[in-house]
Each structure stands twice: as C-alpha cells, then as structure tokens.
Design a protein around this ligand. Structure first.
Ligand SMILES: N[C@@H](CCC(=O)N[C@@H](CS)C(=O)NCC(=O)O)C(=O)O
Length: 219
C-alpha cells in the first residue's frame, strides 16, 4: 500500500493527481508545512515538516514523501516518475527512450522554470495594482521565464504533448510547475500553445479530483 505524506496544498498535489490518473489507491497523511503554522513545535501542533516523527522519515523536512511498501522516496518529481515508470504507458513510458524524455522534461521544469514560476505565484497579486520591490522581482522572474517557456511553447505547438503525442507524466509534472505562473497574464498571453495545453491538462477528471482535495483543505 502506498502512503503519501504531505497536504494536498503542497507539491504532493503532483502525486495525488497521478494516483488518480492511475487509479492507484493511497493512504494520505496530511503533513503540513511548518512555515504555515504559528508554532510548529507546540505540543498541540498538527503533524508538520518539523515534527520529529516526520523528520525521522524525511531528514530534509519537506513534503511530499511517499512510502511504497518500504521504499521511502522524497522529491515530488522522483515520486511521479517512479510511479509512472512502474505503471508504464500510456501515462508512463512505453520504452527507455520515452523514460529518458520524461526525465529530461522533469529536470527542465524543475531547474529552468519552477523557481521563477513560484515567485510569480507568491508575489503577484492578480487584478491588484502592484508597485515597489515586489513588482520589480515579479517583472524580472517573468522576463527570465520567457526563454524556457518559449522552448515548451514551441514543442507543444508542434507536438501537442511533451512526450509521445499523448498525455503522460511529463505533461502532468510540467503542468503542475507552469500552474504557478498561470495567474500572471502578461506572461501567459505570450504562450497560446501552453495556455491551451494547460487548460486541457486541468480539464482531466484526475486533476479535478486532486483540486477538490486541495480546496477542501484550509488555506
Ligand atoms: N524539490 C522538492 C521541494 C519540496 C518542498 O520544498 N516542499 C515544501 C512544500 S511544497 C515544503 O515541504 N516546505 C516545508 C517547509 O519549508 O517547512 C520536491 O519537489 O518535492
């Protein structure tokens, strides 16, 4: 039995979405990020990323972590690639070449896109006037994103999906990363193929199931 540690309002969302795609049952332990609690060390604090029992499982003190019959794995993208690799096509790889391409896109998303996209999510206030230091940081992050997102845009415009011309874990991982930038209109407007692809990814019933789980959790 797969056990997943991490609230749905974290990168655990990637694994939850994938489990729903694969109809893979899992036990959910909603470990919350310590920084979201006033006093994560208080006696009555919920299980969080600084709780000693969680740190014994994951010394990095970050969610998600999963335990698959004794295999304890952290890093959300390692988790999704592992589960999809075991499941195989259509969501996972049909062969080693596809597996390599799925790994390539996961690394590209994590190293070239995720950090700046997260900056947009954290600092941009959609629909509100923004000035001061945050506005500059947001503008710089968006500027840096143009190059890697153009790579993704051109690939999607030509192929429709990242790997194998079907929805796979490569799309799921990248969609979850690019979701962080979705609220920043001036950037997204430059990428019509990404915008259409992201809408299709998020229209999938498994995404919707994951999203409802997030919404059911406190902000
Ligand atoms: N690269 C890691 C990042 C993990 C990470 O930073 N997780 C955040 C939540 S999404 C966290 O647990 N932060 C804990 C904290 O800062 O207290 C992954 O993809 O799993």
């Amino acid at each position: 039995m797969l056990t997943l540690y991490g609230v749905a309002r974290s990168r655990a969302s990637r694994i939850i979405w994938l489990c729903h795609e694969l109809d893979l049952p899992f036990r959910h332990v909603p470990v919350i990020q310590a920084y979201r609690l006033a006093d994560p060390t208080a006696d009555d604090a919920p299980l969080n990323t600084l709780s000693p029992e969680f740190l014994r499982l994951s010394p990095a003190g970050a969610v998600p972590v999963m335990d698959d019959d004794g295999l304890v794995l952290s890093e959300s993208l390692a988790c999704t690639l592992y589960l999809a690799g075991r499941a195989g096509a259509p969501i996972g790889p049909a062969d080693e070449a596809e597996a390599a391409l799925m790994t390539q896109w996961a690394f590209y998303g994590a190293t070239a896109i995720e950090e700046d996209a997260l900056t947009l999510l954290k600092l941009h206030r959609p629909g509100q006037a923004q000035d001061g230091a945050d506005a500059g940081i947001v503008a710089e992050a968006a500027e840096r994103l143009v190059r890697p997102m153009t790579v993704v845009e051109n690939h999607l415009a030509a192929r429709g999906h990242l790997v194998g011309e079907r929805f796979t874990v490569a799309d799921l991982n990248m969609a979850e990363i690019i979701r962080y930038a979705k609220g920043y209109g001036p950037l997204m407007a430059q990428f019509p193929a990404i915008t259409a692809w992201l809408a299709n990814c998020q229209a999938r019933p498994a995404f919707e199931k994951m999203w409802q789980m997030r919404l059911a959790e406190p902000e």
